[in-house]
Design a protein around this ligand. Structure first.
Ligand SMILES: Nc1ncnc2c1ncn2[C@@H]1O[C@H](COP(=O)(O)OP(=O)(O)O)[C@@H](O)[C@H]1O
Ligand SMILES: Cc1cn([C@H]2C[C@H](O)[C@@H](COP(=O)(O)OP(=O)(O)O)O2)c(=O)[nH]c1=O
Length: 174
């Protein structure tokens, strides 16, 4: 099953009307409902549940929005952890060209501090790994066809399914 956050129930204009803790709490409430209504029931019937964005996104965006890492961690403390957290990373020029193709930019679309973004994601990846989540990094520059990225992801998930019960492997990069 494929799902995404913020969910369709989340009013995206919240991002313009709120910031900091207020926005973080709205996103956490959306995540709680997403888990209760969609993810947890699906985990009982599906082999794989893939969510586009989850706890790690809050750890990056809400820290960028003024919260401490610990505040975000506490807001997300009750949520189940994923088996695998896939991070798609791209170089600065790929991100710039994608940003310029995008019509409307929000304050979370990056403000040109590429090194700062990379460093924030590095902290988030380290934290997820320290929680026992399998962290997988896929390079998704413009010279990688989207089909290739999809194939790599499918491969990672299939490998993980085969390993279930054999303990968690180390972090991997593709
Ligand atoms: N490997 C790729 N090659 C070319 N374009 C890509 C690739 N991966 C993503 N894109 C394009 O980049 C844009 C942003 O991707 P998206 O998944 O929305 O990123 P994010 O969720 O980080 O905002 C989309 O238009 C998407 O089609
Ligand atoms: C899931 C999540 C999203 N967001 C923000 C990032 C985006 O600005 C916005 C919508 O996310 P998303 O729909 O994933 O946007 P994108 O087109 O960049 O993939 O919500 C957070 O700030 N925290 C979160 O935990």
């Amino acid at each position: 099953m494929l799902t995404k956050e913020p969910t369709p129930a989340f009013d995206l204009t919240n991002e313009e009307r709120h910031n900091g803790l207020a926005l973080a709490e709205l996103l956490a409430a959306d995540r709680a409902q997403h888990l209760r209504q969609i993810i947890v029931p699906a985990l009982g019937t599906e082999d794989v549940v893939i969510t586009d964005r989850y706890i790690a996104s809050s750890m990056h965006f809400q820290v960028q929005d003024g919260l401490s890492f610990d505040q975000v961690r506490q807001l997300n403390a009750d949520f189940i952890l994923p088996d695998i957290n896939i991070f798609m990373m791209a170089d600065e020029s790929s991100l710039d060209s994608r940003r310029s193709r995008r019509g409307v930019l929000t304050r979370f679309d990056g403000v040109g501090d590429f090194a700062g973004e990379v460093s924030s994601w590095r902290v988030v990846k380290g934290h997820m790994a320290s929680c026992g989540v399998q962290v997988v990094i896929i390079q998704n520059n413009d010279d990688v066809a989207p089909e290739q990225t999809a194939y790599t992801m499918a491969k990672v998930i299939m490998e993980r399914l085969e390993e279930v019960g054999n303990g968690r492997p180390e972090s991997t990069s593709y």
